[in-house]
Design a protein around this ligand. Structure first.
Ligand code: AMP
Length: 419
């Protein structure tokens, strides 16, 4: 038997109510903050991500699903959304119509990571990008928005970490400070980190090698080397979060996996999901739009992992949803009335009711079992003596009350039960 590819997962009908509930919560909150939805293709030219995310990142170096199509063009299944959104923003000159463009998305992403609980190769993210303003208030808004979404899903065990990576100038300056600190320790670094020492020294913080982690633990902190502008902006974010009543901690090691971040970065972790604790991460990326060929444009955003959030919700039992009940289940008393039943079902469906019936010529008892299984609000019996007299019997499944109606008065019956 052919199975699904490692690291991918079917979202089965029984999972869907939880996904829909999450998606509608996400959409509602994005609407409160006036973000508009954008959808971009599943794949893009590989150079978009190589340039947008950064050659030295784990995503680009190790995790992308990259392939040549039949015209020998190198394409990549999108591993994250920001670069794709910025590509669309530039391609369609969205900034020309509106100086601040606020967008959100809900979409599948692809990364060839080692699968484990909460980590997949196809997973789903929702997120937002606000392109066109340097205001730290917008950064605070990103944190507030993602936190509100998680809270609206009933999650409790959350921690918010924030950090500032400073302006590009701060970063260049800090890279030298870091290099100086690491210079005499360089030989003890892992191969990857030694290479990163020359290509992008900040990435050494991402190393998962324990000896690297030990070495950089005592490194000077970027947050202690911020310039005035970065410091002020960071203060605004902190003050604003305090005004919103949102708790946070400062984590100077939070450099995030992508190269294009400047100033604020943040992550929201859950204590309810095992090893992969990050539900959501984001920050400001004032360099990306320029990197991708646009004019310098400040921007900020975040992305959150849906599978991981649903796992946290499940573990915390933070909300419960059931599948929508169907309105009416039609029970056929005599098999020869099959086509009459189908006709009545069709009429009721056109009256905007959800209706189903048995297509397997099963007994009345089996049909009633099915009606219970699909959680029908009403059962309409078609057949028997009533039918001969032009009548139908219907039963309210929650009160067990039964009533007879004439076939001609189906519309009135519908109007009554739809109230
Ligand atoms: P990132 O784009 O790496 O900042 O990730 C943002 C969020 O997406 C993370 O906090 C996770 O919740 C989720 N995420 C990232 N990678 C994966 C993955 N391989 N499987 C499941 N969720 C992921």
């Amino acid at each position: 038997m052919i199975k699904s590819v490692t690291g991918t997962k079917d979202i089965l009908p029984s999972d869907i109510p939880r996904w829909k509930y999450l998606e509608s919560t996400v959409e509602k909150i994005f609407r409160y903050f006036n973000y508009k939805e954008i959808r971009t293709p599943i794949f893009e030219e590989t150079t978009l991500f190589a340039r947008g995310i950064g050659e030295e990142t784990d995503i680009v170096g190790k995790e992308m699903y990259t392939f040549k199509d039949r015209s020998d063009t190198s394409l990549t299944l999108k591993p994250e959304m920001t670069a794709a959104v910025v590509r669309a923003y530039l391609e369609h000159s969205l900034g020309a119509q509106q100086s601040l463009v606020k967008l959100y998305y809900i979409a599948p992403m692809f990364r060839q990571e080692r699968p484990q609980a909460g980590r997949f190769r196809q997973f789903h993210q929702f997120g937002a990008e606000a392109i066109g303003s340097p205001s730290p208030l917008l950064d605070a808004e990103m944190i507030q928005m993602s936190y509100e979404i998680l809270k609206s899903l009933g999650l409790k065990n959350l921690t918010i970490k924030i950090n500032s990576l400073g302006t590009p100038a701060t970063r260049e300056n800090y890279k030298n400070v870091l290099k100086e600190f690491l210079l005499d320790k360089k030989d003890n670094l892992s191969d990857d980190s030694r290479r990163r020492f020359d290509t992008n020294v900040l990435r050494i913080f991402d190393s998962k090698v324990e000896s690297d982690q030990k070495l950089i633990k005592d490194a000077p902190k970027l947050i202690d080397h911020l310039d005035e502008e970065s410091k002020n902006d960071f203060d605004v974010v902190k003050n604003q979060l305090a005004k919103f009543g949102i708790p946070f901690t400062i984590d100077s090691a939070l450099v995030r996996g992508l190269d294009y971040y400047t100033k604020l970065t943040f992550e929201i972790d859950s204590g309810s999901v095992g090893a992969q604790t990050a539900l959501c991460g984001g920050g400001r990326y004032d360099l990306l739009i320029e990197n991708l060929g646009g004019k310098p444009t400040p921007a900020t955003g975040f992305a959150a992992g849906i599978e991981r959030i649903l796992l946290a919700c499940e573990n915390e039992k933070s909300f419960s949803v059931t599948d929508l009940p169907i309105d009416i289940y039609l029970v056929r008393i005599e098999n020869e009335l099959e086509s009459v039943v189908s006709e009545i079902a069709s009429k009721l469906r056109l009256e905007n009711l959800s209706v189903d019936f048995d297509y397997l010529q099963r007994s009345v008892k089996a049909q009633m079992r099915e009606a219970n299984k699909v959680n029908a609000k009403y059962v309409l019996f078609i057949g028997g003596d009533e039918y001969k007299q032009g009548m139908l019997k219907f039963k309210n499944m929650s009160t067990s009350a039964e009533e007879k109606i004439s076939i001609d008065s189906i519309r009135e019956f519908v109007a009554k039960i739809m109230q």
